[in-house]
Design a protein around this ligand. Structure first.
Ligand SMILES: CCCCCCCC(=O)SCCNC(=O)CCNC(=O)[C@H](O)C(C)(C)COP(=O)(O)OP(=O)(O)OC[C@H]1O[C@@H](n2cnc3c(N)ncnc32)[C@H](O)[C@@H]1OP(=O)(O)O
Length: 273
């Protein structure tokens, strides 16, 4: 994707602009760099194939591309902030995906894109514009490694979802340890993801957590959740948070999720309460 030579027009190193990209007549070098960055975002977001020319890209607003790029970026892929422990665990689960037992769950800045549920018609809580301006809470930081670094894997036959979680320095509670609220967030997200795959549109009605041992910032823990029972619209789940070696139990939780009324939009559901 990247031209090793850099852009012949703006000299931006590692510029993705291909040799075929033509600098528009009378374009200043700074403008050219801006075009190149726009194109880089387009490429990064996988929004255009190789045959597309630079020409015309600059007519799109940078903010629009940034928003689309964010929504299209899969945040559950390894990045340079992942520790060796995180990488090893990730590789272990990827290996288990090969026979189809486990599935890697991509993660975007919008929940329902992550869960691949087609809820476009029923989810009318936010307009398209509002949706672009909101972000899934655990994916609200762009800088890699400072907040929630996590990747989830689903075992559909066991109705089980695991989450590899590496809390960064912005999640600090007591010095050096993850804030209990961040632990609750990752538990809720993991259990919630599991409930969504089993029951569709759900919301957390109850989440009960026992904190057993603090989680050091930068360490890697495994959040392991499963569906225990489904009774009508109620989905009961449980979860344990353990160190990679399984020796330390950091937290355990139980939760109740309620499947939302499928005949109503989320907005109708909310306004009827
Ligand atoms: C991958 C990332 C995943 C991210 C997941 C994130 C999940 C979240 O954070 S969701 C946000 C936090 N949750 C909320 O804001 C939910 C707020 N609560 C609500 O909106 C509603 O109370 C809601 C939707 C849960 C239930 O409302 P409603 O659909 O009207 O159900 P309702 O008729 O009251 O109750 C249905 C049944 O559940 C039971 N129930 C409802 N709430 C509870 C509760 N807290 N405890 C025990 N039972 C309950 C009721 O007693 C009833 O039981 P039964 O059928 O036996 O009489």
């Amino acid at each position: 994707m990247f031209s090793k030579r850099g852009c012949s027009h703006c000299t931006f190193q590692n510029c993705p602009v291909r040799p075929y990209a033509k600098r528009k007549p009378n374009t200043k070098q700074a403008d050219c760099i801006y075009d190149c960055l726009d194109l880089w975002l387009v490429k990064w977001a996988g929004l255009l194939g190789d045959g597309h020319q630079l020409h015309g890209i600059s007519t799109f607003s940078f903010q629009t591309w940034l928003s689309q790029a964010r929504q299209s970026k899969d945040y559950a892929l390894p990045n340079s902030s992942w520790s060796q422990g995180m990488m090893d665990l990730y590789s272990r689960f990827l290996e288990m995906c090969k026979d189809g037992t486990w599935k890697r769950i991509p993660s975007y800045t919008w929940l329902y894109r992550s869960t691949q549920l087609n809820l476009k018609k029923s989810l009318k809580l936010t307009s398209e514009k509002e949706r672009k301006e909101t972000r899934l809470f655990p994916r609200n930081m762009d800088t890699e490694g400072v907040g929630f670094e996590y990747a989830m894997f689903l075992n559909p036959s066991e109705k089980r979802m695991v989450c590899l979680f590496q809390p960064g320095p912005y999640l600090e509670g007591h010095p050096g340890f993850a804030h209990g609220g961040s632990t609750a967030t990752i538990i809720d997200s993991t259990i919630g993801g599991c409930a969504i795959f089993v029951a569709g549109r759900v919301m957390t009605a109850n989440l009960s957590i026992n904190y057993r041992n603090p989680i050091p910032l930068g360490s890697v823990v495994l959040v392991d959740s499963k569906v225990d029972q489904v009774e009508g619209r109620k989905v009961f789940l449980s979860c344990q948070v353990r160190s990679i070696d399984g020796q330390t139990l950091h937290a355990e939780a139980t939760a109740l999720f309620i499947r939302l009324d499928s005949t109503k939009s989320l907005q109708q559901q909310m306004s009827s309460q």
